[in-house]
Design a protein around this ligand. Structure first.
Ligand code: BG6
Length: 484
């Protein structure tokens, strides 16, 4: 059913995600007049706050987490906010919450950003108190379970009260502008698609490197690890967008249909196709940082780094490895996708009869930078200028598009701005469907099972490095070098 919600109910409203991302995103949308003037935002969490204390919390969060150039007067936005304390494990409290939410004129959008253990009681409380009807849609923040079985359990609980077309599973990477731009790059340009296959692409790399460590998320992260925290969702979504067949239109069903086919075509990963690591003390940007177990305060075999050589078993990608790696406490924060094309079939510039033995040609590379900078670079071979008395020389030169220069406007949006607006408006294109989540877990569970079978424990790497040396070897034994 199509409606623009005029009530937004935020569960976990005092939590970290809300303060860092959701409230700043909502304010940013409000300041650009993107929110319906009637939209009321109701926050709820266990903390016993009143509306005025919640508004203070929101004001402080905006001061702390919004970049200075996006701050302005908060008054109109704060006036939209109200608060109602709720212990979601106690069904009795939902009646008063429903009263506080009232009857929307147009519809209600709910956003659950709570511990997964609260999903079930929350859904039950909503359903029992008239907060799950036709005019209600629900957004779910990750983690949606820790494996296929637990994710099915959560999905079943949600499905008992909401049909799939009113469930919005968030993967905030899909809210990032450059991630959406992948679709434009691939399908709004003629020149890439004919080359986008095993005949012309040698391999693909996807790196999501972070400089941060545990960030105080002890209880969550140690039970998750890099594979489930980053690969199971964000990285597989990036891989699916790179590898999917052209959808017939830019619509939620068509795009998600194509993504899920890729996820289901992922080959089981062999024991020698993954490397795991855990950071020990080191230095980042010249500052000393402690090791993972020191931050944690106890021994742990959780991986903070993982590299995987993945394969997609379909016609398009037969024999093209996708090298994925992600880690905490890497030397720099960078998310990028690198598509390396094959060498030209015959180089006219090489050969013993040419002066100096000829020139070496390198394969073209397309680098899609997602963060911190949004840019697209295509490396092309060019002749080094000169009279060539010693023979022609060739060198790769970049064809560079920096999105920030190409487009005016706030191009550094928070990913949640887009996602919250789509949730309010009811557009599911950038949300993850149940079958995608299940295909993702299916593949991830098999990797974890193989680690357990082979007694894999993470190798130590120094904070500020690119992970264990075995990760370098994983690519180099195929003659591939990670882009650094
Ligand atoms: C989250 C993970 O989903 O994504 C975090 O739980 C990670 O561990 C974060 O730091 C990275 O997001 P971004 O947008 O900063 O790349």
């Amino acid at each position: 059913m199509s409606f623009t919600a005029d009530r937004l109910l935020l569960f976990g409203a005092t939590g970290d995600l809300s303060q860092r991302m959701l409230l700043p995103s909502l304010y940013a949308l409000d300041s650009e007049k993107r929110l319906d003037p009637k939209l009321v935002i109701i926050g709820t969490a266990r903390s016993e706050l009143n509306t005025s204390a919640f508004r203070n919390l929101a004001r402080e969060a905006l001061d702390k987490f919004l970049p200075a150039n996006r701050r302005g007067s908060y008054a109109t936005f704060l006036n939209r906010l109200s608060y109602h304390p709720l212990d979601a494990t106690k069904p009795a409290g939902f009646k008063a919450l429903a009263k506080k939410v009232g009857t929307p004129d147009q519809g209600l959008a709910i956003f659950l950003s709570t511990a997964p253990s609260l999903f079930e009681p929350t859904i039950a409380g909503l359903a029992a108190n008239g907060l799950a009807g036709e005019h209600v849609r629900i957004g779910l923040e990750k983690p949606l379970g820790t494996d296929l079985e637990s994710s099915r359990h959560i999905n079943d609980a949600v499905a008992s009260a909401f049909p799939e077309d009113r469930i919005f599973r968030i993967d905030h990477y899909l809210g990032k502008e450059t991630v959406q731009n992948l679709l434009a790059l691939r399908f709004a340009n003629l020149m890439f698609e004919p080359l986008w296959n095993a005949a012309h692409i040698d391999h693909v790399q996807i790196t999501v490197a972070e400089t941060v460590g545990l960030e105080g998320r002890v209880s969550f992260y140690d039970g998750a690890g890099a594979l489930r925290d980053m690969v199971a969702n964000h990285m597989l979504q990036l891989l699916a967008l790179v590898a999917m067949e052209p959808p017939s239109s830019y619509s939620a069903t068509e795009i998600r249909d194509e993504k899920v086919k890729v996820l289901r075509s992922l080959r089981l990963v062999g024991p020698d196709e993954t490397v795991t690591g855990q950071y020990q003390a080191g230095a980042i940007a010249g500052a000393a940082v402690p090791g993972y177990v020191d931050e944690l305060g106890q021994p742990s075999s959780t991986e903070t780094f993982v590299a995987i050589k993945a394969h997609i078993d379909n016609w398009r990608w037969k024999g093209v490895p996708f090298y994925l790696r992600t880690g905490k406490r890497m030397p720099e924060r960078v998310t990028e996708i690198i598509v390396t094309f094959r060498c030209v079939p015959h180089s006219i510039f090489a050969g013993p009869n040419l002066k100096g033995g000829g020139a070496r040609s390198e394969p073209n590379k397309l680098v899609i930078g997602i963060q911190p900078e949004e840019n697209i670079t295509l490396s092309l071979m060019a002749k080094v200028p000169g009279l060539d008395r010693e023979g022609i020389r060739l060198r790769p030169v970049p064809l560079n598009i920096a999105m920030a220069d190409a487009f005016a406007g706030p191009n550094k949006r928070i990913a949640y701005e887009r996602l919250l607006l789509d949730l309010i408006d009811g557009d599911q294109t950038l949300f993850v469907r149940r079958d995608e989540v299940e295909a993702q877990w299916d593949w991830i569970d098999a990797i974890r099972a193989s680690w357990a079978d082979h007694g894999v424990t993470p190798k130590l790497y120094t904070a500020g490095s690119w992970g264990p040396t075995a990760a370098i070897a994983l690519a180099e034994r195929d003659g591939v070098t990670w882009n650094e």
